[in-house]
Design a protein around this ligand. Structure first.
Ligand SMILES: *[C@@H]1O[C@H](CO)[C@@H](O)[C@H](O)[C@H]1NC(C)=O
Ligand SMILES: *[C@@H]1O[C@H](CO)[C@@H](O)[C@H](O)[C@H]1NC(C)=O
Ligand SMILES: *[C@@H]1O[C@H](CO)[C@@H](O)[C@H](O)[C@H]1NC(C)=O
Ligand SMILES: *[C@@H]1O[C@H](CO)[C@@H](O)[C@H](O)[C@H]1NC(C)=O
Ligand SMILES: *[C@@H]1O[C@H](CO)[C@@H](O)[C@H](O)[C@H]1NC(C)=O
Length: 194
């Protein structure tokens, strides 16, 4: 009996709290901006993380992971292929071999954006599946003059463990198959996050 009473009281209390919370939320949903203390998101100290991996840009053959989806009228006659847009879902691995341990994918696109020099505008999200980074992403937006030995691209944000991320990534071509255009690119990412 006493037990039942307890349950009843507890249910009533829960209902009251739920109603109160809904009212608070309803009020809050009409507020456009609110200043929050940093503790609200439990932001700890900032960390600097270095990631190192290889990016497999497979453009040829039946298993291509980077595919041209659009072009301009001048793309085929342009010395830089200006206007070509390539959509990719490229494998990322720890080592340079494609069968090396997989750490994620680079999903996004790159487009030839320079009329005179070979250079791509890259918009890519790295999505990681390595244990502690599983599901977390980093967003990269930058210029990639692919003939330069080292290219630097900004990391503009991230999700999961990389919330509030900022930093940069260095790209170096590790291997290029001049026949079909397949490339393996080494990436060093330096990222500040919480
Ligand atoms: C393409 O992928 C399939 C399935 O993974 C594999 O059997 C085949 O050998 C691959 N082809 C090439 C050219 O890599
Ligand atoms: C450009 O070249 C590609 C393949 O080399 C071809 O599929 C496409 O039709 C060409 N586009 C134009 C506008 O000539
Ligand atoms: C990966 O591929 C290389 C050849 O490309 C081969 O020598 C090596 O044994 C392979 N490693 C694994 C773990 O399959
Ligand atoms: C990553 O997460 C997915 C989905 O949440 C899960 O299926 C997978 O096993 C995880 N991988 C690792 C290496 O933890
Ligand atoms: C380069 O690509 C060509 C055409 O697909 C292929 O026959 C050749 O084996 C590749 N070379 C290397 C070193 O992978």
């Amino acid at each position: 009996m006493a037990n039942n009473l307890f349950v009843t009281n507890s249910t009533a209390a829960t209902t009251f709290i739920v109603v109160l919370f809904s009212l608070l939320l309803a009020g809050k949903s009409q507020t456009f901006s609110t200043s929050l203390p940093r503790t609200a998101l439990r932001l700890g100290k900032q960390k600097l993380t270095h990631l190192h991996f290889f990016f497999h840009d497979v453009v040829g053959g039946p298993n291509a992971t980077a595919i041209r989806v659009a072009a301009a009228s001048i793309t085929n006659t342009s010395t830089t292929g200006f206007g070509a847009v390539i959509m990719m879902d490229n494998l990322l691995t720890v080592g340079p071999e494609p069968n090396s341990t997989r750490v994620g994918r680079a999903q996004g696109m790159y487009a030839s954006a320079d009329l005179n020099d070979m250079s791509f505008m890259m918009v890519q999200n790295y999505v990681f599946d390595e244990e502690r980074y599983n599901g977390s992403t980093l967003s990269i937006l930058g210029r990639n003059p692919i003939m330069s030995p080292v290219r630097e691209l900004p990391v503009v944000g991230g999700s999961g463990v990389f919330r509030f991320a900022r930093g940069y990534t260095e790209a170096r071509t590790y291997f290029l198959n001049a026949t079909n255009g397949d490339a393996v690119v080494e990436y060093n990412v330096y990222v500040i996050h919480y």
